[in-house]
Structure formats: structure tokens, C-alpha cells
Design a protein around this ligand. Structure first.
Ligand code: PEP
Ligand code: MG
Length: 586
């Protein structure tokens, strides 16, 4: 079909990735939105300042959410770029300056903010240095975010971007790159953009092909056309002819194969050399990640973080019917594999949904199951939607942040009630739906015997378990030295949970970031873990490590490691014994 149209070959600058094939989608760049400008009476000044502070707070929450999303994707470089945005946002000089100006000039916040930002941008653009030009983009990006929160207007919702889009735009800001989901955005083309731009770094860390130096005016008339981009040579081919398409399609598939070769060699699951089977499952946050299950040979979804499905939406308005449709898609894509679906884990570092009542210490606040049991309507809507897809595959329900067996019992009661109600309405519900608990709070470890007796499986969430055990905020850079996953206390807790679960014969999986660390795998297996759930991209490395291990060897090492006193010693010993296996992998 495309042979009827003229094939256009453009040459740009290669920035990231390899081949991407998709449809050209134009993304509006920075439009100098008309910001309403008006004076305010003295009595309104404090209210205006309050609006500004709330916008900064919401922007910070957005950025934290974004960081979390990127961390889960394994895009560490992107996480640190967003960190610089947070630092800029929290710059006390800037906040005080704006507040002072609102008081002095008595104009609405948008006007003051925009004028300060314009001055800032003017100063930055005078500097020729490319590093400073990148900072200018960051400033623009951040200022757009604050303005959006100050003056809500229709921003491009990521779900408005069609699947398989190749986005073209004048200049790419880091946040659009970071928010791009791989299913929707196959590649980027920009007019301006350098190899060291933050957007480029983020695209690379997400593995998205990107070509710069292509004029948007040239591409604009071809919106919606098929396009191929080659992030290595910098070529952009609009309306490719059939044979061109075939050639690049082949190249694209070969690239994919190379990437997944380690897993594709053996589709039989993962075992140690002496035949101990270890289930490698995927942590999933969005629909497009479901496409990674098969290429990475994940044996199911070990953790579906359902709260990410409403990223940027109001949870209260996330109706049962909408959820049902989404969950159906998930079950369908899982093709009968187990789907451990965690009910909404809101609060804490994932953001408070009630923006007007910020908690002084959100990590210790109304988070996870506490929120759900307090907001039963939201919980029950989600449960009903989930139960309605229980016959579409192997659904299991996981409850977040359980700290006491009573919470589990209350949740089970709600699940039973919802099931009864649905049956009486004529819906078909599976006879048995396993209910599990996240073990991520130290109290849950200490009463894991009680919890294990009352549920069907446990899932150890080491991200939070480390945070709560070592009293080190998982999202605060300053205390990261205290946030020690290798700490003996954590290992003892894992051991205890496994022992309690095996006493009543229920399975345990480990789904925190620790599960993706190949050095940790021998130790976890030695402790008795048989199910690891992590971001799919880590599966090949884990698999490689596990296939070199034998149970007697890891049990012997584990016994010795459990005698060590601190995290550094543990890490050193593991590196000494198993580190070389990783080197041969590179
Ligand atoms: C954890 O806490 O380890 C976990 C897997 O949950 P999340 O990272 O979503 O809090
Ligand atoms: Mg957690």
C-alpha cells in the first residue's frame, strides 16, 4: 500500500536505540499558553501564596510518582535526572522569591511565576554552552509542570497517544520522554536535541530509539504516516516502500532476538544445576509491560502494581466497569499464567490521593490496606472488578502493607461479601481465588505465623521491609547509605517468613527490588525462596545466575553468610563467591 506514496528519506543525528517502526504522531511543544493576568486584593494574597505552595507540592508528588515508575522500569539514569528537577523545585531561594513577588506586586500567581520563569529562561538562553542549554530545557519543563498544576488545563494525556507512535516534536522535554510507555511510544524524532540531553539519556535508559535534527515542518504534512527510524544511523524514512519496510522489519526482529537470546535458548523454566525449580515472575505496572511477559519468558505476573493504572487519574472516579475492562485485558494477555494482582497501594511514596490533607509522615500514614479499609467504596469497586475476571485465568489477590492479621481478616470478609453479592447478581466467580499478603512491615514478619495460617500465599516486599526495618526512607537520597538490602536483619526476616510459611505449607515469593539482584539470588535460594518477581528485563541475568548454582552449595554459603554481622561483609562475600558468574555474562 505504501508503494503508492513517495518514500522520503531524511538524515538526522543518531541519539538512541536501534530500529523503530510506527506512525508519526505530532506532540505539541511548549506553547506559550496565555496565562490569565489580574491583580488581587490584599485579602487574597495569602490565598494566592497557598495556591502556589500547593502547585509546588503537587508537582513534587508528580515527580516522585514519575521517579517511582522509572525506578520500577530499571531506568536509573532517568530517576536521577528527575531528582534534579525535584531539587530545583525545592530550591528555597526560588520559592521565597516568588512568594515575595506575589506579596509585593499583588498579581495572581500564574503571572508572577511566568514572569520569573521568563527572566530565568532569558538568562539561560544567553549562554552558549550546551550543558546550560540542557538546563534551560529542564527549567522550561519544570515551569510547565507547575503552571499545569496552578492552572489545570488540558494536558496531553499519555493515553491519548495512539499505540505504536513515533513522536515528533520540536524539542523533547525530559518528563515527556520519561512518561512515555513503550507500547505507545516506539520512537522519538526532534528538531532540536543533543546526545547529552536529559531526554536523550532517558530515551536510552528506556531503550527507545531517537533521532534528532529533523525539521518538524518537513514531517508535519506526514502526520499519521508510517515511518521507520534508525537510532544508530540517524535515518528517518517516511512512507517506506514495501521492500524497505521488510528490510527494516527484519533488522528490528533480529535486534529483538539478540536482546532476548538468553531467555529464548530455553523455554523450560529456570532451574539450578541440580534441578531445583525457581519461578521467575514479572513485576508489572502497566498494560504495555504485559508485552514483555512472553519475550522474557516470565512464568506469570508475580506482582501487578494496580495503583499505577490510575497514574494521573482520580482514584475515586475509577469506576468498577472501567476497571473490569482493564483487568479483562490483563487476564487475557497473561494467557492463563498466574496473575498476582495487588489491590491499590496508595499513600506513602506513591502519593496521597487526598491532596488537601498531606500527612506529616506519609510512609507511616494511611497507606495500602489502611487506606483501602478506610475507603471501603474504592476497595470494594476494585474487588468486584477483580472478582468478575476471576474466571478469565489464574487470578490471585494480594493485599498491600498488612501489619496485623486483623486487617487480613477484614479484607477477606469484604472479598467474601463482594463475591456473594456478585453471584447473586448472576456473575460467575471462580470457586477459589487465592488471597495473599505482602510482608513488608516488620510487625507482619513477627506475626507471619498468624498471617500465614489465614491466607494462601505470602509475598515479601523488601523495598518497604528495608525502609521500615532500618528506618530509612526509600525515597530520600540523604539516607540511602542506611537503606541496606543486604542487612542481616532483613535476611533474618526473610528466613523467618519462609519458615512460618512452610510450616503451614503455603508458597512465598519475593517481589522487592532485591529479587532482581543476581548476587542476592544464591542467598535467597539458600534461604528457601523459590519464587522471585522482578521487572522482566532482569530475568535473563537472574536465569543465568541460577542455572550455575547447586542447592547444597548455596545452602552452605547461606549458613556462613547468616553468621556475618553487617551488610558490607555480606555483600563482599557474595561478590567474592558469585561475582565472577556475572562477569562472564557481560
Ligand atoms: C516492596 O515494597 O518491596 C514492593 C514490592 O512494593 P512497592 O515497591 O510497590 O511498594
Ligand atoms: Mg511495598
Amino acid at each position: 500500500m505504501s508503494d503508492l506514496l513517495e518514500e522520503i528519506i531524511l538524515k538526522g543525528a543518531p541519539i538512541s536505540g536501534e530500529i523503530a517502526i510506527g506512525t508519526l504522531f505530532f506532540l505539541e511543544g511548549f506553547s506559550d499558553e496565555i496565562v490569565p493576568e489580574f491583580s488581587i486584593p490584599v485579602a487574597e494574597v495569602e490565598k494566592e501564596i497557598g495556591r502556589y505552595r500547593r502547585a509546588v507540592l503537587s508537582s513534587r508528588e508528580d515527580l516522585h510518582d514519575l521517579q517511582l515508575f522509572l525506578a520500577k522500569e530499571g531506568s536509573t539514569e532517568a530517576v536521577s535526572i528527575i531528582d534534579t528537577h525535584i531539587q530545583m523545585l525545592e530550591d528555597p531561594f526560588m520559592t521565597t522569591f516568588i512568594e515575595k513577588k506575589i506579596r509585593l506586586q499583588m498579581k495572581n500567581t500564574e503571572t508572577i511565576f511566568r514572569s520569573v520563569m521568563n527572566d530565568y529562561e532569558k538568562e539561560f538562553s544567553k549562554v552558549q554552552d550546551s550543558f546550560f542549554r540542557q538546563r534551560l530545557l529542564d527549567v522550561k519543563d519544570l515551569s510547565q509542570r507547575i503552571l499545569r498544576n496552578l492552572h489545570p488545563r488540558k494536558a496531553l494525556q499519555t493515553e491519548e497517544i495512539p499505540q505504536n507512535s513515533i513522536i515528533f516534536t520540536k524539542e523533547l522535554v525530559p518528563s515527556s520522554t520519561a512518561e512515555a510507555s513503550k507500547g505507545q511510544v516506539k520512537g522519538f524524532i526532534t528538531e532540536i536535541g543533543g546526545i547529552t540531553s536529559h531526554a536523550a539519556l532517558i530515551a536510552r535508559s528506556k531503550g527507545i530509539p531517537y533521532v534528532a535534527n529533523i525539521s518538524t515542518d518537513t514531517l508535519y504534512p506526514h502526520k499519521g504516516s508510517k515511518v521507520i527510524i534508525d537510532g544508530q544511523s540517524g535515518s528517518v524514512i517516511v512512507n517506506p516502500k514495501e521492500h524497505t519496510l521488510e528490510k527494516y522489519q527484519k533488522q528490528y526482529e533480529e535486534g529483538l532476538k539478540k536482546m532476548h537470546s538468553t531467555v529464548e535458548e530455553d523455554g523450560e523454566g529456570t532451574t539450578t544445576i541440580d534441578g531445583v525449580k525457581i519461578d521467575l515472575l514479572a513485576n508489572i505496572e502497566n498494560l504495555s509491560d504485559l508485552d514483555l511477559l512472553i519475550p522474557y519468558n516470565a512464568e506469570g505476573i508475580g506482582l501487578f502494581r494496580s495503583e499505577f493504572l490510575f497514574f494521573g487519574k482520580e482514584l475515586q472516579n475509577f469506576a468498577e466497569e472501567d476497571q473490569f475492562i482493564l483487568y479483562q485485558k490483563i487476564m487475557h494477555k497473561a494467557q492463563g499464567m498466574p496473575v498476582v494482582f495487588r489491590t491499590f497501594d496508595v499513600g506513602g511514596d506513591k502519593g496521597n490521593i487526598n491532596q488537601y490533607e498531606p500527612e506529616p509522615n506519609p510512609a507511616l500514614g494511611c497507606r495500602g490496606i489502611r487506606f483501602l479499609l478506610r475507603n471501603k467504596e474504592i476497595f470494594v469497586h476494585q474487588l468486584r472488578a477483580l472478582l468478575r475476571v476471576s474466571t478469565d485465568g489464574d487470578l490471585r489477590i494480594l493485599l498491600p502493607m498488612i501489619s496485623d492479621v486483623a486487617e487480613l481478616l477484614q479484607a477477606k470478609e469484604l472479598i467474601q461479601e463482594a463475591a456473594l453479592e456478585l453471584r447473586s447478581e448472576g456473575h460467575e466467580i471462580a470457586d477459589e481465588i487465592p488471597i495473599g499478603c505482602m510482608i513488608e512491615v516488620p510487625s507482619a514478619v513477627m506475626v507471619s505465623d498468624h498471617i500465614a495460617r489465614e491466607c494462601d500465599f505470602l509475598s515479601i516486599g523488601t523495598n518497604d521491609l528495608v525502609q521500615y526495618t532500618l528506618a530509612a526512607d526509600r525515597a530520600t537520597q540523604e539516607v540511602y547509605l542506611f537503606y541496606k538490602a543486604y542487612h542481616p536483619s532483613i535476611l533474618r526476616m526473610i528466613k523467618r517468613v519462609i519458615e512460618e510459611a512452610s510450616r503451614v505449607d503455603i508458597p512465598v515469593s519475593l517481589c522487592g527490588e532485591m529479587a532482581s539482584d543476581p548476587l542476592m539470588a544464591p542467598l535467597l535460594i539458600g534461604l528457601g525462596v523459590r519464587k522471585l518477581s522482578c521487572s522482566p528485563r532482569f530475568i535473563p541475568k537472574l536465569r543465568k545466575m541460577i542455572s550455575t548454582l547447586s542447592l547444597p552449595k548455596v545452602e552452605e554459603v547461606t549458613k556462613e553468610v547468616m553468621k556475618l554481622e553487617n551488610a558490607d561483609q555480606i555483600e563482599t562475600v557474595l561478590k567474592e563467591i558469585f561475582g565472577t558468574i556475572l562477569l562472564t555474562d557481560e
